[in-house]
Design a protein around this ligand. Structure first.
Ligand SMILES: Cc1cc2nc3c(=O)[nH]c(=O)nc-3n(C[C@H](O)[C@H](O)[C@H](O)COP(=O)(O)OP(=O)(O)OC[C@H]3O[C@@H](n4cnc5c(N)ncnc54)[C@H](O)[C@@H]3O)c2cc1C
Length: 328
């Protein structure tokens, strides 16, 4: 009986979501009176064993195959399925990210088992012998569903940002087990072709400051003052789907249910109404400043701070004040 954490990484660099997954896996394993193990996919992730050990894993299964040089949902899903068959974990926890969902869904289909995505809570009385009751978010976070997973291996993903990552005090190095997975050309259906670099080292998902624009911005060019404010605050620019639908910005900038879920220290939402599909991507923000002409806009009623006014005047005024205070 074990709990297996699926480590998400990008060519050997662990993602933040994996830290929460390891913490959740360790907590669940302790509750079950068992061990937490982890799986890394691809030899370029072998170096992550030390970090994984720091989170208290007793074993790291390293799935190896020459095809595993970069992310591919089918190849990763098949690798996870083979590791699960070999190690028979009671619970498998993946990241609640697009990649995490893809990999766990691929593995579940290959194992012919059910999977529950975006879990926010696991049954506090689960001891490994009964179905696993979970609470998970559905419909973009507007619905909480109670589900019971009755399967020999319970496959789940953990919704992003619901568990605060915590290393295990006094942990010891994990045992490393190498598993040579068998992959054929049938799993090489999707693979990474190109990568577009954002601001070096800062991503929409991890930036502590996000300045986001919605339909109220009005055009692609009118994002320039938002870019300037983001740059003054060492942040990044995000946007709503109305903006990506209009072709003003790339989908990689979109916050929300079908975009990126963010948790910055401050989210500055300019000309965004705060529709539920946008809100689920922004609601984990620690502070929200809404700039909107409509005092009744959903985002305004939810924000800790709001300026009711025209963003085309308010945003440049904030930047000017920052520059003035910095003496520039
Ligand atoms: C399945 C599905 C998935 C979706 N996924 C997402 C998603 O991931 N992310 C997302 O964002 N949306 C998503 N949507 C779309 C979502 O429902 C909304 O349509 C969208 O978020 C609206 O974008 P908006 O707030 O920019 O535009 P609007 O709702 O049109 O709001 C514009 C706001 O700008 C304000 N405004 C106008 N002019 C100014 C000005 N000069 N100064 C200040 N304020 C001004 C207005 O008062 C208004 O509040 C999804 C929808 C569906 C059906």
């Amino acid at each position: 009986m074990t709990v297996l954490a699926v480590i998400e990484h990008d060519r050997g660099a662990m993602t933040g979501a994996s830290l929460g997954v390891m913490t959740a896996a360790r907590n669940l394993a302790k509750q079950m009176g068992t061990k937490f193990e982890a799986v890394t996919i691809g030899a370029n992730a072998d170096r992550l064993s030390e970090t994984i050990s720091n989170f208290g894993a007793t074993t790291v299964h390293q799935a190896h195959n020459p095809m595993l040089i970069d992310y591919g949902p089918e190849a990763w899903g098949e690798s996870l399925a083979q590791v699960a068959r070999k190690t028979s974990p009671t619970v498998v926890i993946g990241t609640g990210t697009e990649r995490g969902h893809e990999v766990v869904a691929q593995a579940a289909a290959r194992l012919d088992l059910p999977a529950a995505m975006n879990c926010i809570e696991f049954d506090k009385n689960f001891d490994g012998t009964q179905p696993l009751n979970v609470t998970r978010t559905r419909w973009g976070g507007s619905l909480l569903e109670q589900a019971a997973i009755d399967a020999p291996i319970k496959l789940v993903t953990l919704a992003n940002h619901v568990v605060e990552p915590q290393e295990e005090l006094g942990s010891t190095p994990a045992t490393v087990s190498t598993i040579d997975v068998q992959l054929d050309d049938s799993v090489a259906q999707s693979f990474v072709q190109d990568r577009v670099e954002r601001v070096a080292g800062v991503t929409l998902a991890t930036s502590p400051v996000v300045v986001s624009g919605g339909r109220g911005v009005g055009s692609a060019e009118a994002f320039a003052p938002l870019e300037e404010l983001a740059s003054l605050l060492n942040g990044v620019v995000g946007c709503s789907r109305a903006v990506t639908n209009n072709g003003w910005r790339n989908h990689t900038d979109q916050v929300g249910q079908t975009g990126t879920r963010i948790a910055p220290d401050i989210y500055i939402a300019c000309g965004i109404s705060g529709a539920i599909q946008h809100w689920v991507g922004a609601m984990a923000s620690k502070n929200i400043l809404a700039i909107n002409t409509d005092a009744q806009a959903n985002i305004v009623t939810k924000a800790g701070y709001a300026v009711i006014g025209d963003l085309h005047k308010v945003v440049p005024a904030i930047s000017a004040e920052i520059r003035r205070r910095r003496g520039k």
